[in-house]
Write a protein that binds this ligand. Structure first.
Ligand code: PEP
Ligand code: CO
Length: 412
């Protein structure tokens, strides 16, 4: 099969992330926890893109800095699990590992791994990427469309109104620039955006098959996505995932949980970025607000003192999952905000750049995470709970988060 991305694009993303490492830009990496073979349509891609563009505008406006936009999209199909099997009633079934491996219904047939799913994941990724490229380059992401990204169910909520006010300010600023005699039609940057793709590089059978030698440089690239990350469960030094990704030239992420040690992280920096290229390595911290306060500073100091040019990013989602008394897997908006705030404060105390956020959201009006300004209550969680894996922020909560992160980025 042809590669999905071109090596030159991965190099451009590395350069953009290098700007983040240099404190001149921020990163947002966001999307589904797991893409789904069932929920696959132009509408769902478009709705995700709308909220992504809205969050981007809010963050750029808030920070006054360029924003590198990376989706968990067009390949985010594999899920690492803590347990290989799960108990459903009387049955002991293989866990659900994402649609690239098996199916989610709790039956033995559905949970049997099926290699033809690798091909289906590839084709769905290709179609998704094609539409993302069309939307982001073909006028949908044009800054003059800033009002049209506000969906109806968001527009009526407080954060939707706050967004409307901001969109109106942006339009006035554009009118002003136009009135000064600047031809906005010529300003390409206003009419298109770069949305890069990324996913967890978990299923090496898939990643290897899409790894190709770049004809321009002779270097190896994993052409399944622009950026790949190594998950918290597979980041062992000497493990297959670290060995594999050390040898491809894409920008890489590594997730760091609360038990990560400074020595381990230094080992990962040396293994994955021995040449110390800016933008090559992003460390995605997912420790939980409280554990982060003690666990992160020694790691930040060790990496900083060793002179490794990493991008520091907060993933406030993955260490904040809990089950309600009735057994629903959820996250609370306030815990997510607390972890982001704790991350910014540790970075500032240690003199490193809080480079960005990594989150799981959806454009739909789901009820999977608790809280937010139009709060989702515990008894409402089951109303629209559609995630295949982890609970995601809905469109309103995502926008609310973007406004608050914008304030943190400014240092308010
Ligand atoms: C994820 O990003 O969906 C994920 C499983 O993350 P982690 O490796 O941090 O648990
Ligand atoms: Co997840």
């Amino acid at each position: 099969m042809p590669p999905l991305v071109f090596a030159g694009e991965a190099r451009d993303l590395e350069a953009a992330l290098g700007e983040v490492a240099q404190r001149r830009a921020f990163l947002i990496q966001a999307g589904d926890c797991a893409e789904s073979f069932r929920d696959f349509s132009a509408v769902s891609i478009r709705e995700k893109l709308k909220i992504f563009l809205q969050m981007s505008v809010v963050l750029i406006y808030g920070s006054g800095l360029p924003l590198v936009k990376v989706g968990r999209i067009a390949g985010q199909f594999a899920k690492p699990r803590s347990e290989p099997t799960e108990r459903v009633g009387e049955l002991e079934l293989p866990s659900f590992f994402g649609h690239i491996v098996n199916d989610d219904p709790p039956t033995a047939a559905a949970r049997t791994p099926d290699p033809s799913r690798l091909l289906r994941a590839y084709h769905q990724s290709a179609a998704t990427l094609n539409l993302v490229r069309a939307f982001t380059n073909g006028g949908f992401a044009d800054l003059t469309q800033v009002h049209t990204w506000n969906q109806e169910f968001v527009a009526n909520a407080p954060e939707g109104q706050r967004y409307e006010a901001l969109a109106a300010e942006i339009e006035r600023a554009l009118d002003f620039v136009r009135a000064c005699g600047i031809d906005l039609a010529q300003a390409q940057r206003l009419h298109r955006v770069d949305l890069w793709t990324s996913h967890e590089g978990l299923v090496l059978d898939y990643e290897e098959a899409l790894t190709r030698r770049d004809s321009l440089t002779g270097d190896w690239y994993d052409c399944s996505a622009h950026m790949l990350w190594i998950g918290e469960r597979t980041r062992q030094l000497g493990g297959a995932h670290v060995e594999f990704f050390a040898r491809v030239h894409n920008p890489l992420g590594v997730k760091l949980g609360p038990l990560a040690t400074a020595d381990e992280v230094l080992g990962l920096c040396d293994a994955l970025n021995p040449a110390r290229r800016e933008g090559r390595l992003t460390l995605i911290v997912r420790m939980g607000a409280e554990p982060l306060v003690d666990a992160l500073p020694p790691i930040v100091r060790a990496v900083r003192d060793a002179g490794h040019p990493v991008v520091w990013v907060t993933d406030p989602m993955h260490a904040n999952v809990f089950r309600t008394p009735s057994g629903v897997k959820t996250r609370s908006f306030e815990a997510i905000m607390d972890e982001i705030a704790a991350f910014f404060s540790v970075c500032r105390n240690e003199g490193v750049w809080p480079g960005g956020i990594h989150i799981e959201f959806t454009g739909e009006d789901v009820t999977e995470c608790l809280g937010g300004s139009a709060a989702v209550l515990e008894e409402e969680l089951t109303m629209r709970y559609e995630s295949l894996c982890d609970p995601r922020l809905n469109a309103r909560q995502s926008l609310d988060l973007a406004f608050r992160v914008g304030e943190l980025m400014r240092g308010d």
